[in-house]
Design a protein around this ligand. Structure first.
Ligand code: FPP
Length: 251
């Protein structure tokens, strides 16, 4: 994939530091073409690769993609098996390219439920790229916010019971430090494709102040122009973080 510059109508000083994506619509994309659903996932993986490259080219430091949710186990066994094999194959194929591009890859979610061969590949890829200084690429696999938060609260409760910490000192940073995403900035922009307008148990804590962007484009068709369109919408919004827009403050 060749490198391309940020479209001139986008302000490089006002890009999100972190984009989170819900890659929805793979199945529909395939069905529309008379193909099996898995063909949509295969194409979706290509789209994700191109998006990662694009974020890197345009100077977006963090990308987090929802690849498999804690609820996705309810899909037909053959689709689940295909997805898990696809992750494994992609990790084999793409690790070298990610290394060369300086990508730092990290997997977030309850990885213990995944096949051991996949867990091993994931921890090897994370360790091998940990010191890279390019884009941070978080892949959410067997991820669910409620699971993540419950796990965080359980850890805090255990520390409280053991007297390691005091209830009076309980603060937000304790929760943040126990999330799978600890150490990453919160997403500034959430993109969900294919017309669905839900968060689906994704980064509920981390998205507290994110701008939400929904598009009818199906994930496999989410190309550079679609990303540019999302960024235009983002740059057109007034982010107030609960305060007043700057124009009111200076008036
Ligand atoms: C949602 O579309 C998509 C998924 C549950 C799978 C996403 C996975 C990929 C794009 C592969 C990425 C690979 C890596 C290594 C991260 P859907 O199946 O719900 O589509 P539908 O709503 O049209 O049925």
């Amino acid at each position: 994939m060749h490198s391309t510059a940020l479209p001139p109508d986008l302000n490089p000083a006002h890009l999100p530091r972190h984009i989170a994506v819900i890659m929805d619509g793979n199945g529909r994309w395939a069905t529309q073409r008379g193909l099996p659903r898995i063909a949509g996932h295969r194409q979706g993986a290509k789209t994700l690769k191109a998006l990662l490259q694009c974020c890197q080219d345009w100077g977006i430091p963090v990308l987090t993609a929802y690849a498999f949710s804690t609820e996705n186990w309810r899909r037909p066994l053959e689709e689940v098996t295909f997805l898990l094999r696809l992750f494994e194959r992609l990790l084999h194929q793409e690790l070298r390219a990610m290394q060369q591009a300086g990508v730092r890859v990290r997997f977030i979610g309850d990885l213990t439920a995944l096949p051991e061969s996949l867990q091993t590949l994931m921890s090897e890829a994370a360790a091998a790229t940990a010191d890279n200084d390019g884009i941070e690429f978080n892949v959410a696999v067997n991820y669910g916010s409620r699971l993540e938060l419950t796990q965080a609260f359980r850890g805090i409760a255990a520390d409280l019971l053991q007297g390691k910490i005091r209830l009076e000192d309980f603060q937000e940073s304790w929760v943040e430090a126990r999330l799978f995403t600890a150490g990453s900035p919160d997403p500034d922009l959430l993109i969900r494709t294919s017309g669905e307008q839900r968060l689906s148990n994704y980064l509920l804590w981390q998205l507290a102040y994110a701008e939400l962007y929904f598009t009818n484009v199906l994930w496999p068709d989410f190309d550079r122009e679609a990303l540019a369109e999302a960024l235009r919408a983002y740059q057109g919004r007034d982010r107030k973080f609960g305060g007043l827009p700057p124009t009111y403050l200076t008036a």
